[in-house]
Design a binder for this molecule. Sequence first.
Ligand SMILES: CCCCC/C=C\C/C=C\C/C=C/C(=O)SCCNC(=O)CCNC(=O)[C@H](O)C(C)(C)COP(=O)(O)OP(=O)(O)OC[C@H]1O[C@@H](n2cnc3c(N)ncnc32)[C@H](O)[C@@H]1OP(=O)(O)O
Length: 277
Amino acid sequence: MFVLRQCLTLGTKSSVRNFAAATNLVNVKINEDTGVVIMELNKPPVNSLNYELLEAMHRTLVKLENERCSGMILTSSSPNTFSAGLDLLEMYKPTVDKARKFWGMLQNTWIKLYSAPYPTVAAINGHSPAGGCLLAMSCEYRIMVPKKKIGLNETQLGIVAPQWFQDCMKNIIGSRQAEKALIAGTLFSSEEAAKIGLIDELATDKEDLMKKAHDFMDEQLGLPPLARSTVKIGFRKDTLNRLINSREVDTKYFIDFIFQPKVQESLEMYLQALKKK
Ligand SMILES: CCCCC/C=C\C/C=C\C/C=C/C(=O)SCCNC(=O)CCNC(=O)[C@H](O)C(C)(C)COP(=O)(O)OP(=O)(O)OC[C@H]1O[C@@H](n2cnc3c(N)ncnc32)[C@H](O)[C@@H]1OP(=O)(O)O
């Protein structure tokens, strides 16, 4: 039976209440029989990843790991968008302290998600540009509804996908395809993404998406968990360590980059264009 609880959940009733009071940016549903969790991003309208949403995700991921959840399906409550990527307002005219704190939380969240020992599936129920694509790529398996867009489109915004975003893409679609997609800032349709392997499966609609996500999870739950997670981490450790060993440098790149006047101009124009739509 599924029990809906808000961030977070594996503890007693009173701890549920405490977490629910803290935030409703992430909904967490647990199947109490299997221990499989559905983490649903819930920041309308488009799940843009600001500090607060990342912090809620990070807190959830820490708790899931500590409580030894058996698997996690990542999806969103938005009808049209999985995640619109990083919240552009976090990068537009921030203070240095705010930008540093934001970037640190993004790094924390990615490290936890990418290294999660339990199986992870992205049930991509809508558009998934840039940071949204990063979240999806950090899961082990990706299933997507038709006729939406996914990719690392940063170049098109006049910004650059950080090295670890690029590494994730390379690990999935290979160096040549990734180089082309990153230089052009390509947003692939769901169908194109399936062709190049950026996503693993297409679903017909949200219901089919969740069914396929559960099917994948059932397969994974049939495998010996320690062997499974050891192989997973073996594949991911170089990518993880590349960031873990250079977090400060990565943060400095981010800060130096976004504070350039040209980058701020691009962000301003892009934000205006989004508002005018
Ligand atoms: C070598 C040095 C390297 C150092 C690296 C340095 C810098 C780079 C750092 C990081 C990389 C960046 C990663 C990112 O993720 S940047 C974000 C990229 N995201 C996008 O381009 C997506 C933008 N959004 C859309 O395309 C669309 O919104 C959508 C997701 C397709 C959904 O479309 P829909 O029509 O459903 O919604 P609207 O467009 O009407 O949007 C509704 C509402 O939300 C606002 N909004 C949308 N996206 C964002 C966002 N990412 N951040 C903040 N706000 C967003 C939009 O403006 C609307 O607002 P309104 O007030 O008008 O309702």
